[in-house]
Design a protein around this ligand. Structure first.
Ligand SMILES: Nc1ncnc2c1ncn2[C@@H]1O[C@H](COP(=O)(O)OP(=O)(O)O)[C@@H](O)[C@H]1O
Ligand SMILES: [Mg+2]
Length: 333
């Protein structure tokens, strides 16, 4: 090889080396670029993931909030309905309370006046010829005054203004007395039967318990339409209440748990429609042409004062049942 030839070869070699180096640099630059790109993409995807997580969290919060709002709205609606019902009941309770106060106030004065009338009629009747016309007048005055006194006592019983004698009462004896007293005035088409159990004594006022039984039996007999065979059954028994009752539905009064003697008056009469049943304990509510509407009001007043209860069941055309609960006598304590 010549000197020039040799140097030419070296020059070629150098040129190739330079070219290779150039390629290498380019490749390196590309690699750097690719790395940078990859890093940028990784960052972007990490950011996207964070954003996605955040969005998801927002969605969860929004869903929970929406649920809470639905619940609040439901609660508000339920409260409104409940409140409207309470307001209705409160209004009804206030009306009955006002009636009680009114009735009680007048009844007391009435009672005093009637006592005076009866006293003078009694004294007058002693000063006239027995069997004379004047004697008849006095008798008529006395009879009307007694009737008025009876109504007045019903009113006072409703208003809780009667004094209560707390003594032992035998319900069965009271039932027998009532049936005996009513025997003459119960219409012929109505048959009154009693089914009396052996009972513990109850705690109460005998006169007022008598009034309860009488009012219930009279109503039961009156509920049997003329021209049909009516039957009134008066049944006594005992019942142990394991749990207190709230005074809703068929239970007219709230009643504590405990031992009770019961008195049930069942009739085969006309029964009651729900809208009648809703009002029967209101004083002066009556569906009878000459009714005073004080019988059941008095029953409720007396039972309230005695810590007693009452359960009523009735259906139009299928008769009625009024079941009274009176606390068993536990001694004077
Ligand atoms: N056993 C019953 N069967 C059907 N309805 C009854 C019965 N007892 C009471 N009622 C209804 O209750 C109303 C009120 O009774 P009450 O207070 O004794 O007053 P009154 O007997 O003067 O009407 C009655 O007018 C009647 O509509
Ligand atoms: Mg009556």
């Amino acid at each position: 090889m010549t000197g020039t030839g040799h140097s030419q070869a070296m020059a070629d070699e150098a040129e190739r080396g330079a070219l290779n180096a150039e390629h290498l640099r380019e490749a390196n630059a590309n690699l750097v670029l690719a790395t940078v790109n990859a890093q940028t993409m990784a960052e972007a995807s990490a950011q996207a993931a964070v954003q996605l997580r955040e969005a998801n969290e927002h969605l969860v919060v929004a869903t929970v909030k929406a649920q809470m709002m639905t619940e609040v709205a439901e609660q508000a609606t339920a409260q409104m309905v409940y409140r409207a019902k309470l307001e209705g009941e409160l209004l009804e309770a206030r009306k009955l309370e006002a009636m009680g106060v009114l009735a009680g106030g007048v009844a007391h004065d009435f009672n005093n006046l009637i006592t005076t009338i009866m006293g003078y009629s009694d004294r007058g009747s002693l000063m006239v010829e027995p069997g004379s016309e004047l004697a008849r007048f006095f008798k008529a005055i006395d009879k009307a005054a007694r009737k008025a006194a009876e109504l007045t006592h019903q009113l006072m019983a409703y208003a809780g203004q009667e004094e209560i004698l707390a003594t032992e009462v035998d319900l069965c004896i009271v039932v027998k007395e009532v049936i005996q007293l009513l025997a003459a005035s119960i219409p012929r088409h109505v048959q009154v039967r009693s089914e009396l159990a052996v009972l513990p004594l109850v705690k109460g006022d005998p006169t007022q318990i008598f009034q309860i039984v009488m009012n219930l039996v009279v109503n039961a007999a009156q509920a049997c339409p003329a021209g049909t065979e009516g039957r009134v059954t008066v049944r006594t028994g005992t019942e142990e209440l394991i749990e207190a009752v709230a005074g809703a539905g068929s239970w007219i009064l709230p009643l504590a748990a405990g031992s009770y003697a019961t008195l049930e008056v069942v009739d085969t009469g006309a029964g009651m429609a729900p809208e009648v049943m809703a009002r029967i304990f209101e004083p002066f509510f009556s569906t009878k042409p000459s009714g005073h509407g004080l019988g059941l009001a008095a029953v409720i007043g007396i039972l309230r004062a005695h810590g007693g209860g009452l359960r009523v069941q009735s259906e139009p055309g299928r008769g009625s049942s009024f079941k009274v609960y009176l606390p068993v006598w536990q001694g004077l304590a």
